[in-house]
Design a protein around this ligand. Structure first.
Ligand code: PRP
Length: 193
């Protein structure tokens, strides 16, 4: 999509271990970072633009502009639990998640008392091993839940990839950024037509 917007850099698509790719002719540089780090690079101005999941934006609340929903990487944040789980509201609910802030906000709004156990991966096994009652995690196809005898208990929020911009970069490189934004929007419209 960025190439179609006039910012091509064919090396990005090559299967190498390189992390930074530059096309001097187009005055563009791309780099790969972990999904959870994208917003940090953009917020700090090491990148003018980034593609980050809405999950990361909700969890870390970075000081960036969210310019566009790229309608890709579509999934949802959900509460999941063992298939026979029944919520007993008299007890503190134990929740395992990588997304502690999203989980806290969600249950605060519901007025539900919870105990968060922050994990870094393989969240699905926490309720199976009795570590927690439920998990708050990303669900895309639902395959991971199903294969671990879990199911969605409540939906929290839809998630997709977003185009984000550094706030001062947006001001000083406005023309180039607008050009990219407009082209990406146009491409999305064509795709959905
Ligand atoms: C997410 C999530 C689930 C899986 C859900 O992990 O934590 O494990 O995707 O996908 P599904 O509904 O299609 O089965 P991700 O692949 O992002 O990797 P992670 O463990 O590093 O978070």
């Amino acid at each position: 999509m960025f190439a179609k917007a006039g910012f091509e850099c064919p090396q990005v698509m090559e299967n190498t271990r390189k992390l930074i790719f530059e096309n001097e002719e187009r005055a563009v540089r791309y780099f790969w970072v972990k999904p959870s780090d994208v917003a940090i690079y953009v917020e700090r101005g090491a990148a003018d633009l980034g593609v980050a999941g809405k999950d990361i934006l909700l969890e870390y609340n970075p000081d960036v502009y969210e310019l566009l929903d790229l309608k890709t990487g579509i999934c949802k944040m959900a509460v999941a639990a063992p298939v026979d789980f029944r919520d007993d509201v008299r007890k503190t609910l134990k929740v395992a998640t990588k997304f502690s802030n999203i989980a806290k906000d969600y249950y605060l709004k519901k007025g539900r008392d919870i105990d968060i156990i922050h994990l870094n991966g393989s969240i699905e096994i926490a309720p199976i091993l009795g570590l927690t009652d439920v998990i708050v995690d990303i669900v895309e196809t639902g395959k991971t839940l199903k294969e671990n005898n879990l199911e969605v208990f409540e939906d929290i929020v839809p998630i997709s990839a977003r185009l984000i911009a550094n706030k001062s970069g947006f001001k000083f490189k406005n023309e180039a950024i607008r050009k990219i934004m407009e082209s990406l929007s146009e491409q999305l419209k064509e795709e959905n037509a």
